[in-house]
Design a protein around this ligand. Structure first.
Ligand SMILES: C[S@@+](CC[C@H](N)C(=O)[O-])C[C@H]1O[C@@H](n2cnc3c(N)ncnc32)[C@H](O)[C@@H]1O
Length: 310
């Protein structure tokens, strides 16, 4: 059976108006997903415009084909390869870059992908499920300390040590193969779940971030955006949790201010590197109406930066 999972794109109006500065321009959507934002970008471009769309998930390429748009060039891969991808397309600079981080609703709602603690399925969680280690593979071998570190750093899980201990104890009896195997271990270890949240929320977030190297990809992607944008070009990022948003916010801050130099170091202001980014407005959040139509949007934060002339 071919199930159809819908994805409602988040903060479309705000992202498109922040991103597009020229309708003949070349743009990048680093997280194509089901093409919701990509369609909106294409809708604003003239016949001369171009959109390079990237996604790690092999199933995204089928969605891109369905759009049947000659201005769209889909690349299966990680946005951390941005410069290589652009150079393969003979592009040295672009007018705007957009990313809508994290997982899509179709990925979450497909039990066979193992992203959801509400659906039983293989404990996978890879965005690119054509290669690499699954969460089940990792949990089979990882040291207790390493598991606890991931749960604490990427999930801010208060009971990280207890959950890690329980994972190691349980896997010695039977391999942890499914999402529900893991959920039942977590339920016994997370003593005080966060109000209105499933007790496995933080552990699942942490394991997903770890297995997909989400924060490393973002850290490597942002400087490449600055190098690839034309002066006046925009970088628009939608994040869904504080770990991602902190990286984006700190990056924008560092790129928009002269570096801090202690007084005793004799460097004159004119010898310091010029800021490369201007922050456009404050962080934007979805409006009440959007949150009630699409509850997944509730944690979204949108930030916009503009490339300054070199
Ligand atoms: C929130 S969804 C994007 C939804 C999309 N904006 C839409 O309207 O359909 C995030 C997508 O980004 C992809 N993704 C996440 N991290 C990625 C990375 N580092 N490189 C490429 N794709 C990534 C995921 O596979 C997922 O399809």
């Amino acid at each position: 059976m071919n199930l159809v999972y819908k994805h409602i794109p988040v903060m479309v109006t705000e992202s498109i108006s922040g991103l597009i500065t020229s309708d003949n321009g070349v743009y990048v959507d680093g997280t194509f997903g089901r093409g919701g934002h990509a369609s909106a970008i294409l809708g604003k471009l003239s016949s001369k415009g171009k959109l390079i769309a990237i996604d790690k998930d092999p199933s995204a390429s089928k969605e891109a084909t369905k759009l049947r748009d000659k201005r769209l060039f889909f690349v299966s891969g990680c946005f951390s390869q941005l410069k290589k991808i652009l150079s393969r397309h003979g592009i040295s600079s672009v007018d705007g870059i957009f990313v809508d981080l994290g997982v899509s609703s179709p990925q979450l709602e497909d039990s066979s992908r193992g992203f959801s603690f509400n659906l039983d399925g293989p404990l996978d969680m890879r965005m690119d499920n054509s290669s690499g280690e699954t969460v089940a593979d990792w949990l089979e071998k990882a040291e207790e300390k390493a598991i606890a570190k991931v749960l604490r750093s990427y999930g801010q899980e208060r009971f990280a040590k207890r959950v890690a201990k329980a994972i190691v104890f349980n896997r010695a009896k039977e391999p942890i193969k499914t999402t529900f195997d893991l959920v039942s271990i977590i339920k016994k270890s997370v003593l005080v779940p966060t109000k209105n949240k499933h007790p496995a929320t933080k552990v699942f977030q942490a394991l997903r971030i770890h297995i997909n190297k989400e924060l490393d990809s973002l850290r490597s992607f942002l400087p490449q955006c600055v190098q690839s944008l034309k002066p006046g070009g925009r970088l628009v990022v939608i994040s869904f949790h504080s770990l991602e948003d902190r990286i984006v916010k700190q990056f924008f801050k560092a790129e928009s201010e002269p570096p801090y130099v202690p007084k005793e170091i004799p460097i004159k202001g004119k010898d310091l590197p010029e800021p490369r980014i201007k922050i456009i407005g404050k962080a934007l959040f979805p409006k009440e109406m959007e949150i009630s139509n699409n509850p997944r949007s509730r944690s979204a934060v949108l930030r916009i930066g503009e490339r300054l002339a070199a």
